[in-house]
Structure formats: structure tokens, C-alpha cells
Design a protein around this ligand. Structure first.
Ligand code: ADP
Length: 221
């Protein structure tokens, strides 16, 4: 059976989640207090309704607890976001993902039982900052305070060299998990794999180790 999702709040974030889930063939109920927003998503989502998610009776009548996953994407109105999340928890929704506006909001959401709290603006800011500092860092995913996965563009310094020659694991303590070349992706690169300019290396490691390696091998400026 198809998974059923409900997205509450159809701003830029909630709207793009709704669109992407629908494109992936999921059943999506789109909810917003704003009629224009709801009309916009009427043809994208499976169902779209004008409703105030802070109203407990409304949530019950929508059968919200039967959804597999509810995403709360209410933007600036932190109070509504918290109240909605609380009611979803109380009604026993199995998976609740909430967008937080700031660290205090995140703290409260975690306390009241949100299963996942996301911070899209902050996370995107971090990713873009890494890309601005080093143009070879194409993407960045923080795993913890210390560890990350980064996508690095291979330049002149590594062109034509094999993984064994570069000896990245021993010298820098990082691991190359995969190499993307055009549309191809090699998820288990072998030691004598040669890197060519323009390859994208997906590297996992401690931030300090990745930085060290990046400065020596990927700083072609
Ligand atoms: P973004 O920063 O992702 O664009 P916005 O603040 O613009 O977020 O959008 C949040 C959406 O949430 C708005 O469309 C707003 O109408 C909707 N919204 C706010 N409060 C409620 C509520 N109580 N119930 C349903 N939708 C709500």
C-alpha cells in the first residue's frame, strides 16, 4: 500500500515537500489555512484542504492519526507549530517531522515529542558556506559535530593519480566512499582506480581531516 503523508503549511518549504512527495507517487494531503495556497496544491497533492491545524476537532476529523507521516511546515508562527505538533503527538501520529525556525523552537519540539526536527535554512546556510569557502566542495552533509560527508571536485593536483598513490586513508584518515564521473557512480572504488579532473569524490571523515586533505589535494586556486 502507498504511504500516506500529510503536509501542514504550504509555504516554500512545505510546498516543495508536498510537490516532491507527489512526484514520487505518494499519497499526500495538503493542509493550509490560506485558501489560495490550498487551491494551488489542489492539482498537485492527492487532496488539499483549507484547515487550521491548531484546531483539535479539525485534526481529528481529517483522521490525521491514520497518516504514516505528518510534516509540520508552519513557518513564522512558532506558537501554531508547537501547538500543532503537540496535538499530533497526543493523537498518536507515528512519524512527525517539524521545521524549526530557531534553536529554542527546536528544543521545545524535541521536548514535546516531535520525531524529527529539521532546520532547512540553517543547514543550507552551512552547505553553501562550505561551497563559498572552497569552490571544490560541491556539497556537504554534517553527520555530527565532528564528522561529515563532502563531495569534492577533482582538480589538477589529483588528476591521473590512483587511490593507492594518494593514500588518503593513511595520510588524512578520510575514506573515499564513491567516485562520480558524469552519470556513472562507482560505489566501491578499488585501490588502483585512477582519478581524472572533474571526477566528484564523495569523502567521509572528521572535519579537521577533510579540511587538511582539501587544502593539499583540492585547492587548485
Ligand atoms: P516558508 O518559510 O516555508 O515559506 P511560510 O511561513 O511562508 O513558510 O508558510 C507557512 C504556511 O503555513 C503558510 O502558507 C501559512 O498559511 C500556513 N499556516 C500557518 N499557520 C497554520 C495553521 N495553524 N494551520 C495550517 N496552516 C498554517
Amino acid at each position: 500500500m502507498k504511504k500516506q503523508f500529510a503536509v501542514i503549511g504550504l509555504g516554500r518549504f512545505g510546498g516543495s515537500i508536498c510537490e516532491s512527495l507527489s512526484k514520487q507517487g505518494m499519497e499526500v494531503l495538503a493542509i493550509d489555512t490560506n485558501e489560495d495556497k490550498v487551491n494551488k496544491f489542489a492539482t498537485i497533492a492527492t487532496h488539499a484542504v483549507v484547515a487550521d491545524s491548531t484546531d483539535e476537532t479539525t485534526l481529528r476529523s481529517l483522521g490525521i492519526r491514520n497518516f504514516d507521516h505528518v510534516i509540520v511546515a508552519i513557518g513564522d508562527n512558532i506558537q501554531s507549530s508547537i501547538l500543532t505538533t503537540l496535538m499530533l503527538v497526543e493523537q498518536g501520529v507515528k512519524h512527525i517531522t517539524v521545521k524549526a525556525q530557531n534553536d529554542y523552537h527546536e528544543k521545545v519540539l524535541n521536548k514535546i515529542g516531535a520525531h524529527k526536527v529539521v532546520h532547512p535554512e540553517r543547514d543550507m546556510g552551512i552547505r553553501i558556506a562550505h561551497n563559498i569557502v572552497s569552490k571544490n566542495v560541491l556539497d556537504y552533509l554534517e553527520l555530527s559535530d565532528e564528522y561529515s560527508i563532502v563531495e569534492l571536485m577533482a582538480g589538477e593536483a589529483v588528476h591521473g593519480r590512483t587511490l593507492i598513490e594518494l593514500d588518503i586513508r593513511a595520510k588524512y584518515g578520510c575514506n573515499i566512499m564513491a567516485i562520480k564521473r558524469g552519470d556513472e557512480i562507482n560505489v566501491s572504488p578499488v585501490a588502483d582506480e585512477s582519478i581524472i579532473r572533474g571526477d566528484i569524490l564523495i569523502v567521509i571523515g572528521a572535519d579537521s581531516d577533510i579540511n587538511r586533505m582539501e587544502q593539499v589535494l583540492f585547492d587548485d586556486d
